[in-house]
Design a protein around this ligand. Structure first.
Ligand SMILES: [Zn+2]
Ligand SMILES: [Zn+2]
Length: 278
């Protein structure tokens, strides 16, 4: 069974539509697939229609930004009811902040000589949501920066032009939104936060104290050592293991849907109690 529980469509910062994404997942041999756009479930209906068409098990997901100790972490909700009022309201709050943040970022970039940034970025973002990735893509397109990496070095972070602090809900709130909507809360890509191992363990202790269900043990870019490391943490903190490529469809992204390494602790998975339809 090929499982991939972390993927993005153009409803957040991915390139493909939900139906293109589901079709691609099917073509790559995925049997279970989750759409997990940033702070929105708007792509799920379309994804579900396509999943029914092609015969793929779709897990309704969302990737929610959350605040932990003045840092931003990502918590994936898997198996959520997208009509749940608590989740909907929480996501609405984050969407509103993303809108305000986009305006502030555009003003910051204007001060650094990048004019009409908001209009330009709106052309890059296919749906209503504007993410930092869209700003970065726009700056590369405009020839202001040569690639995405240099964008984040010069702009969009900290005190640099276009840097706006993330006003996300606290991690315990986010976990509650997901669980109230019937989903499992999973910490996404634990090794991508540029934290020391000591700090990650502190994060895990706080999050599991707040009821976190799982952690992504295998991601699209995991090395064998990293998988062993995160798998140990999963055991230590009593967390279920999840797998997800974090596929966005960017031309420079090497990861592919469903092309994931084997998980070591196959019994304690986030899907162990899920019932698959035949
Ligand atoms: Zn993420
Ligand atoms: Zn993601």
């Amino acid at each position: 069974m090929k499982i991939d529980l972390h993927n993005h469509s153009y409803y957040s910062d991915g390139v493909l539509s939900p139906s293109e994404l589901v079709l691609l997942a099917k073509q790559q041999g995925c049997t279970v697939f989750a759409l997990t756009d940033h702070d929105t479930t708007d792509g799920l209906l379309e994804a579900q229609q396509q999943a029914d068409n092609v015969g793929l098990q779709l897990v309704h997901g969302v990737e929610v930004s959350a605040k932990w100790s003045n840092m931003t972490v990502h918590i994936v909700g898997l198996g959520v009811d997208m009509n749940n009022a608590v989740l909907k309201q929480g996501l609405k709050r984050h969407q509103a902040f993303r809108q305000i943040r986009a305006e502030k970022m555009a003003r910051g970039l204007g001060g650094a000589g990048v004019f009409n940034a908001l209009d330009k970025v709106k052309l890059v973002a296919k749906k209503g949501m504007i993410t930092r990735t869209h700003f970065a893509q726009m700056l590369v397109q405009e020839g202001v920066c040569k690639d995405m990496r240099s964008v984040f070095k010069r702009f969009l972070t900290g005190k640099k032009p276009g840097g706006v602090g993330g006003q996300w809900a606290q991690f315990d709130e986010v976990i509650k939104w997901i669980q109230t909507a019937g989903g499992k809360a999973v910490l996404a890509h634990p090794l991508r936060y540029r934290m020391t191992n000591t700090k990650i363990k502190r994060l895990l202790s706080h999050l599991s104290g707040a009821g976190l269900d799982g952690i992504e043990v295998v991601t699209g870019s995991s090395s064998a050592d990293e998988i062993t490391q995160v798998s140990q943490w999963a055991k230590e903190f009593g967390l279920l293991a999840s797998v997800g490529s974090d596929y966005h469809g960017w031309p420079n992204q090497r990861v592919r849907i469903g092309q994931l390494q084997q998980m070591p602790n196959v019994n304690e998975t986030v899907w162990k109690d899920w019932l698959w339809q035949d």
